[in-house]
Design a protein around this ligand. Structure first.
Ligand code: ZN
Length: 272
């Protein structure tokens, strides 16, 4: 197994609010990937005395620890417990009922010798590559279904945030875990996997520079850093051309790619 991780802040003046971890457990032929994209609130208006990086570090740390230590527990239960643990860490100091209480998108993947489990909540992406090179993107497209004009209005977006008919993020309510997109794939059908925050997946979703299989090809050939460099180049070129493509020039961008290799115990066929 091999993992490759890269992350870039959207702006040098602001903290990077993405959070990523790749934990490999060679003895069990298993591992975990966690990727969070913290939602940026308007300055000081989230009912919380902490920062978004404080929140993502607590949530990401809990997700990593529980994924590794509780193989018996489904990923949705792990997300639920990690949200509760994080909420408990600031319940006494902060207003967790605030609609913009610190929150994040979540990609969680965990594998062992038999299977690959996944969980996706909100607009980060998980890619699963089959041995034949076919790439399946696991997406929670609820935020994409919110029209752009609504997303440009904070008040209108807030009316859909963690509400029925809107979109869901990991905030302070453990029940949101039941809204995540989840699934399990046989390990033999996954050669590699990747997780991308929306600042990185825009190579496909915003710029259309290639499809998901091409994106995975860039990750393999040029590494996670290579993909992020390509995104920044497209953003810069777009800005110089008049900046029609988006309202946020650069976003925090994170990519992690894990080559799973063949699971232990499955040997190549004997030579004849
Ligand atoms: Zn807080």
């Amino acid at each position: 197994m091999r993992s490759d991780v890269a992350t870039l802040p959207g702006s040098p003046e602001r903290p990077n609010e993405d959070w990523v971890a790749a934990a490999l457990s060679p003895s069990g032929c298993g591992g975990t990937v966690v990727l969070l994209d913290g939602v940026t609130p308007p300055a000081g208006d989230d009912g919380c005395v902490h920062t978004v990086p404080w929140f993502t570090a607590h949530l990401g740390g809990a997700l990593t620890e529980l994924s590794a230590s509780r193989p018996d527990m489904p990923l949705s239960e792990i997300l639920s417990r990690a949200i509760r643990r994080t909420a408990d860490a600031h319940r006494d100091t902060c207003d967790l009922s605030h609609v913009r209480t610190p929150q994040a998108t979540v990609v969680l993947a965990r594998w062992d010798a038999a299977s690959v489990e996944h969980l996706v909540l909100s607009d980060s992406a998980l890619l699963l590559e089959a041995p034949d090179g076919t790439v399946r993107a696991v997406l929670d497209d609820r935020l994409d279904r919110v029209p752009d004009e609504v997303r440009r209005s904070l008040a209108a977006t807030d009316r859909l945030r963690n509400r029925e008919g809107g979109f869901f993020t990991a905030a302070a309510d453990p029940a949101v875990a039941a809204r995540a997109v989840t699934g399990t794939t046989p390990r033999a059908r996954v050669r590699s996997l990747a997780a991308l925050s929306d600042g990185a997946s825009r190579w496909v979703e915003l710029f259309g520079a290639g499809d998901w299989a091409a994106c995975l090809g860039v990750l393999r050939a040029e590494g996670a850093t290579g993909l992020l460099r390509r995104v920044r180049a497209l953003e810069t070129a777009d800005t110089e051309a008049g900046g029609t493509h988006r309202w946020k020039r650069h976003d925090d961008a994170t990519a992690v790619h894990v080559e799973l290799g063949p699971p232990e115990g499955i040997s190549p066929p004997p030579a004849r």
